[in-house]
Design a protein around this ligand. Structure first.
Ligand SMILES: [Zn+2]
Length: 183
């Protein structure tokens, strides 16, 4: 996706909430701002800390709903799924999705990848929530602190063999390890 080049006149600095009703079909709304970690609601078990996140966003009104695209960048602190060490994970991510009114769900006209569609009737778009969602969508499934940590483990095959029983035990082990760590 092309990076958005912001026209200074359209840019509203340091704005956190966007009133979607203010956006006309004529002109997309562009916002560039920074979201503080204190206003985000990130899961503490997975993300122990977060830097402020830069966000650039462009919202375009469509015949039904809105097209939302932009970019986030910042840093979160994750826990390595192998050695349980905390490490910094850089997030530098483009996003592009549609917001459709929930009335469109019943229409059955939705095709293509549903992941790119978000159903919502809210008229205010909270950029803190947008950033939060994008961070979570782009978190590694199994965060690993380093290449060394990735290579060492001989148990890889059991984790990925697809057996639910094995997976459950792994979850238990993880919980146990986490508990030990907290004590
Ligand atoms: Zn590690």
């Amino acid at each position: 996706m092309d990076r958005i080049f912001l026209n200074p006149i359209q840019v509203k600095e340091m704005k956190r909430k966007v009133n979607l009703n203010e956006i006309t079909a004529k002109e997309p709304l562009k916002v560039k701002t920074e979201i503080q970690p204190s206003v985000m609601n990130l899961p503490k078990e997975e993300i122990s800390r977060s830097s402020p996140f830069k966000v650039e966003i462009e919202i375009q009104k469509k015949p039904a709903g809105y097209q939302v695209k932009g970019h986030i960048s910042g840093e979160v602190e994750l826990t390595c799924s192998r050695c349980l060490k905390k490490f910094k994970h850089h997030v530098d991510q483009d996003f592009d999705y549609k917001i459709l009114p929930t009335s469109e769900i019943a229409g059955g006209e939705i095709k293509g990848s549903d992941l790119d569609i978000k159903f919502s009737d809210e008229t205010v778009l909270d950029l803190a929530e947008v950033v939060e969602e994008q961070i979570l969508l782009n978190l590694p499934v199994k965060p690993v602190c380093s290449d060394e940590c990735k290579e060492v483990h001989y148990t890889e095959w059991t984790e990925e063999s697809g057996s639910k029983e094995v997976d459950k035990r792994w979850e238990k082990l993880k919980e146990f390890k986490n508990k030990l760590k907290k004590e």
